[in-house]
Design a protein around this ligand. Structure first.
Ligand code: FMN
Length: 183
């Protein structure tokens, strides 16, 4: 239904239960339908849940230390961040060598897969929020999540049950965004 696309909103506050394994599978199948030049599948997904959320919080602290000294107060704040949802899916761009498909196209495709995760979560009645932040771009984060040198993180999709739903979004005025080329 088109409404699942036009009415989608992000949900910052997500609570348990996490998506079931069936729901997660459906979302991954949806993400795998991202437009994908050359069918290269330039993405992969790392699921973080349960004790993984604690470990991910510690990884955030380590990644922050790559950028600046971290005192106890900041460390305590960071370790809590992954617990804003019962599940996080880290979306990784995993580009492949191809004579006709540049890396930037593969990055766009991985981004499209992240959007499909978010959109399919909404379609399933779940909540989702695509987050990033400067820690996502640190070497500590990449290594900690086991990324290869040629891979990069596209986003952290926080998933769960909406604590509250945002109001239905206002339609945008498409005239602000659309023009017609007539030569
Ligand atoms: C690549 C990317 C990174 C994002 N990172 C963050 C983030 O770190 N924190 C945040 O609050 N929103 C972030 N957002 C925006 C939210 O996911 C969301 O789209 C925004 O809050 C607007 O809400 P809506 O999706 O309901 O329109 C990011 C979006 C994208 C596409």
């Amino acid at each position: 239904m088109i409404e699942t696309l036009t009415n989608r909103t992000s949900v910052p506050k997500l609570i348990a239960p996490a998506p079931s394994s069936e729901q997660l599978e459906q979302m991954i199948q949806s993400a795998g339908r991202a437009a994908d030049h050359g069918r290269l599948r330039p993405w992969r997904f790392i699921v973080i849940e349960g004790p993984g959320l604690d470990a991910f919080g510690e990884l955030m602290v380590a990644a922050q230390r790559e950028l600046q000294p971290v005192d106890d107060e900041l460390a305590a704040k960071l370790v809590k961040k992954p617990h804003r949802a019962p599940m996080i899916v880290a979306v990784v761009c995993s580009p492949k060598e191809h004579p006709k498909v540049p890396e930037v196209e593969q990055l766009i495709s991985a981004g499209a897969s992240a959007q499909l995760l978010v959109s399919s979560a909404f379609a399933l009645g779940l909540g989702a929020m695509w987050r990033s932040g400067n820690l996502m771009f640190t070497e500590t984060m990449a290594k900690g999540l086991g990324l290869a040198d040629h891979e990069s993180l596209v986003g952290f999709v926080y998933l769960g049950t909406p604590a509250a739903r945002a109001p239905r979004p206002q339609p945008l005025d498409s005239r602000d965004f659309v023009s017609y080329y007539r030569g």
